[in-house]
Write a protein of this length. Structure first.
Length: 518
């Protein structure tokens, strides 16, 4: 059994505090505390001594300085097996502190709030708490440290273990506490770095990128079984995402599931009407909008029913019974949606392994820095939140679009944004017909989209994620009956491309914006 005589408890979050403190007192542990923590303990009749009474130094600067005192840090940092350290404690009337329990001021939560001021953020920078955690972690050979309420049970159990096992636990708790302080400091450094360069266009990209994000889970493997992988949480503002979704059913998510679910979610969030996106290998193989989800799913699947086998599916409305029934005869890896009705769950959960994820109501799309690794480096860029409106489109051909044409072209454009470059998408007014993705040549994507089409292409709409370098894409589009084309424009051969469209009587509009997706 591991002996512990004194605990220092100073927590912002009080979850589990009273029960934990009661169990410590039952073991004969003396508690030192301060501020709101002390009040919470006393209100629950738990004996605790004020740190100010123990040190003889009152809190100062409105509570900014409470625990920063030699009697506190000496008690934590003294090495019990060094006689000089213990003699110093005795000389100055300092008691060894065996357990340190701290939860930090909520800096990350504060800066995630809209319109938070710099002054408000600065007041949530914890000083003493971080110092206490680091001191206890440094001296973990003799001191337990809890950096969150999920450590309470671990500490209580370890007090009943032999010293060898207890030391192993203390070392794990120390590592966790230091990860917490690293994450905390990273959030502060990144926030202040950006705030200090608010006028700089690159304020989102600090000179030193500091990362400390918590792990959500270890994954069975990465893209392939011989690769190891894990999933980390990097969503402090709790935007709708796979990372913040709740899994309701099915096997553990895989690396590839997560990537495909992210793409599915991004597509359906971009469409206002009830929408279904079917994803395979991080490309949509079918997207449709309709008056109901069931009809949207049926139309999306019709685009490429072969590729839909073993796919990941996203919806932007609660999945109902009719939609679940429509999916019931298709093998699906995972489904993500705002929610599922009880009837839909009953149908889908008959499939043992299908992964069902519930996001809750969709939040607004927010700015975020996206990271991507290459060997020896990390690339950072802002999220592609760009999207053109009707007013921003420029009609460049003699043939003029109707309002229905414009609506259909914008739908096609939204889908093309999420297809790997070079991307070509053929759609009806409300559903994809053929998709050509990830080809080295744009004409190859144009041809593949035509080959993949399961429905007649004549009268359809065509979207290209980047400009046409040659007129061959227009000629091919005309040969299969495309009615109208939407593309960014900006090529040195734009005049040649426009002339080709005019020759064929095609409608062409320029967006002035491209959507490369590598």
């Amino acid at each position: 059994m591991t002996m512990a005589k004194t605990a220092l408890i100073s927590v912002y979050r009080k979850d589990g505090l009273v029960d934990f403190a009661k169990k410590l007192v039952e073991r004969g542990v003396k508690i030192l505390s301060t501020g709101g923590t002390l009040r919470a303990l006393q209100e629950n009749s738990i004996p605790a001594m004020s740190i100010a009474d123990y040190t003889g130094q009152a809190e100062i600067l409105g509570g900014r300085v409470k625990t920063l005192h030699p009697k506190i840090f000496g008690g934590i940092l003294a090495r019990r097996n060094v006689s000089e350290d213990m003699a110093t404690l005795s000389e100055h009337g300092i008691e060894p502190i065996d357990i340190v329990v701290v939860s930090l001021y909520p800096f990350e939560e504060t800066i995630a709030k809209p319109d938070v001021s710099l002054a408000e953020a600065i007041e949530q920078i914890d000083i003493g708490g971080v110092a206490l955690l680091r001191a206890a972690a440094k001296n973990h050979e003799f001191v337990f440290v809890a950096s969150g309420d999920d450590d309470y049970a671990t500490i209580l159990a370890s007090l009943d273990q032999d010293e060898k096992e207890s030391l192993r636990v203390r070392r794990q708790l120390a590592a966790k506490a230091l990860r917490r302080t690293a994450s905390y400091d990273a959030a502060i450094a990144n926030y202040l770095g950006a705030a200090g360069r608010a006028e700089d266009v690159n304020s989102l990209f600090p000179d030193v990128l500091t990362l400390a994000v918590p792990k959500i889970q270890d994954l069975r493997y990465g893209e392939n079984p011989h690769q190891k992988a894990a999933f980390y949480f990097n969503n402090p503002q709790r935007e709708t995402s796979v990372a913040s979704a709740r899994q309701l059913h099915g096997k553990e998510l895989s690396y590839n599931n997560i990537i495909d679910l992210d793409s599915a979610l991004e597509i359906v969030r971009a469409i206002e009407e009830p929408c279904c996106a079917i994803i395979k290998h991080n490309n949509p193989c079918g997207v449709a909008r309709a008056e109901t989800l069931a009809k949207a799913f049926t139309a999306a699947r019709a685009c490429d029913p072969v590729s839909a086998f073993g796919s990941v599916i996203g919806f932007n409305r609660p999945v109902d019974k009719a939609t679940a029934e429509a999916m019931s005869n298709l093998f699906v890896e995972a489904v993500i949606a705002p929610s599922f009705t009880p009837e839909a769950l009953a149908i889908l959960q008959k499939k043992k392994n299908i992964r069902l994820l519930e996001t809750g109501p969709f939040t607004p799309v927010q700015e975020q820095v996206l990271l991507r690794s290459v060997i020896g480096g990390i690339l950072a860029q802002t999220r592609d939140t760009g999207m053109v409106t009707r007013d921003q489109l420029r009609v460049v051909t003699k043939a003029q679009p109707t309002e229905e044409d414009i609506d259909a072209l914008l739908f096609a454009w939204k889908i093309a944004k999420f297809v790997k470059s070079n991307a070509i998408v053929y759609t009806s007014r409300d559903a994809t017909i053929g998709i050509g993705a990830g080809q080295m040549s744009r004409i190859d994507s144009t041809n593949i989209a035509a080959v993949k089409a399961q429905s007649p292409v004549r009268g359809a709409y065509m979207a290209s994620d980047a400009f046409f370098p040659f007129r061959d894409n227009v000629d091919r589009a005309a040969s299969i009956g495309i009615r109208a084309i939407i593309q960014p424009g900006g090529s040195v051969r734009d005049d040649e491309v426009i002339a080709a469209a005019d020759e064929h009587g095609l409608i062409m509009v320029f967006t002035g914006m491209r959507h490369f997706r590598h």
